[in-house]
Design a protein around this ligand. Structure first.
Ligand code: UD1
Length: 378
């Protein structure tokens, strides 16, 4: 007897797109090749509209070959409660009109927690990809989103050992936890191959910057704790200014960060502010860089996977394996520590790092199989 299952995949903000891409790709392969006998799988992609600018959303769909979303909830930017509430209302409405057998959420953004709550209250099983990560800093909106999502999810797909430990310490039953590796690395490997084989070429401004710079750093900064507070931002800026005397810094600027820099009037000839760039340009720039300075979560992982030194401008990380096994340094926001870490790296004494377990480019295979087996067992 043939059984049909509908799976609703949620993506809403920039860091979701690189996680959902390899999972959708694998599901499409399974469907096109009928890998599971007597099972029909329908996949539906929902974009919440949390991010909406071309450079924050559409460009990722094009470059990562993500199918057009079946639905766009178009919630846009607003306060946390309003954004989370709007997504819940719209997604609940959608699920009631178009029921699903499983909802898949990724990462830790407001769309992740909003859609998992809406689904769970309709008794739809939830699968959370990138579960168990903890910064233990409840002032971060992402930490609240992660904890709430994990508490109600039926399947918890974990990227590193700390995720398993955290979930077990929180009393989660081991059957819900699946150590499947990191889909960010599936996406990274796939797209790095496209660059290395010449199938993807960077835009001219990025190509020219990389070509003319013998060594350079790439910078990203958008955490509210770093950019919303002027004192912190000025402190971080003093470290960046000092590092920029040693090597130029390419800085694709997030919209919320741009507003703050414009208001404070911070500029420097050797720090190159550019608009947010797509995944392929970023990968090209990071892959050729001497070091990366960031407060992003994903870049800590992508640099470790490429053996590129990374200075994380935060007091904590929810991805400790990048520091313990990889090339990441948790420098905090004290200028002297950031500068000294950069000097260690530039003097050639930086750590070389290894690739964490199961960051092998096959996480999406394991995740898709586990999801289908879960559906078959219910
Ligand atoms: C969100 C995620 C964060 C992730 C980041 C990556 C939450 C709580 N935070 O933070 O985890 O690392 O995305 O970018 O979900 N804006 C635009 N265009 C857009 C989107 C946003 O101009 O397409 C501006 C708006 O002024 C908005 C501000 O950026 O108010 C912040 O956007 P928002 O989605 O609220 O949070 P992010 O800082 O992007």
């Amino acid at each position: 007897m043939n059984t049909t299952y509908t799976i609703s995949f949620v993506a809403g903000a920039r860091p979701n797109f690189m996680k959902i891409a390899p999972i959708l790709k694998r599901f499409n392969y399974i469907i096109d090749n009928s890998l599971y006998e007597d099972v029909t799988i329908n996949i539906e992609l929902v974009h919440t509209g949390q991010h909406y600018d071309r450079n924050m959303s559409k460009i990722f769909f094009e470059e990562l070959e993500i199918q057009k979303p079946n639905y766009n909830l178009a919630v846009g930017s607003c306060s946390h409660a309003e954004q989370t509430g709007k997504i819940m209302i719209e997604y609940e409405r959608l699920l009631m009109a178009h029921p699903a057998n499983m909802v898949v959420v990724v990462g830790d953004v407001n769309s992740t927690v909003a859609c998992s709550l809406a689904a769970k209250k309709l008794h739809i099983p939830v699968a959370h990809v990138e579960a168990g990560l903890r910064s233990f800093d409840m002032t971060m909106p992402e930490e609240i989103n992660r904890r709430l999502t994990d508490t109600i999810s039926d399947l918890l797909f974990v990227t590193e050992q700390s995720g398993i430990n955290n979930l077990i310490n929180e009393g989660v039953s081991p059957e819900r936890i699946k150590f499947t590796g990191n889909v960010m690395i599936d996406n990274l490997n796939h797209n790095l191959n496209k660059i290395k084989s010449g199938r993807s070429k960077p835009h001219e401004n990025i190509f020219n910057f990389v070509k003319k710079s013998d060594k350079y750093a790439v910078l990203t900064l958008h955490r509210p704790s770093n950019v919303d507070n002027s004192d912190n931002l000025v402190k971080i800026w003093s470290a960046l200014t000092s590092i920029s005397e040693e090597l130029p810094i390419l800085f694709p600027v997030h919209p919320r960060t741009r507003k703050k820099f414009d208001a404070l009037g911070l500029i420097n000839d050797n720090i190159f502010f550019i608009e947010p760039i797509g995944f392929m340009d970023m990968l090209y720039a990071v892959n050729g860089s001497t070091l990366v300075l960031t407060d992003s979560g994903g870049l800590q992982e992508e640099t470790t996977a490429q053996h590129i030194p990374c200075i994380t401008i935060r007091e904590n990380t929810e991805r400790p394996c990048t520091v313990e096994i990889g090339t990441n340094y948790l420098a905090g926001t004290e200028p002297q520590i950031i500068i000294d870490t950069a000097r260690t790296i530039l003097s050639g004494k930086g750590k070389k790092g290894s690739i964490p377990p199961l960051w092998d480019g096959q996480a999406s295979y394991r995740i898709a199989d586990d999801m289908i087996n879960f559906l078959l067992s219910t």
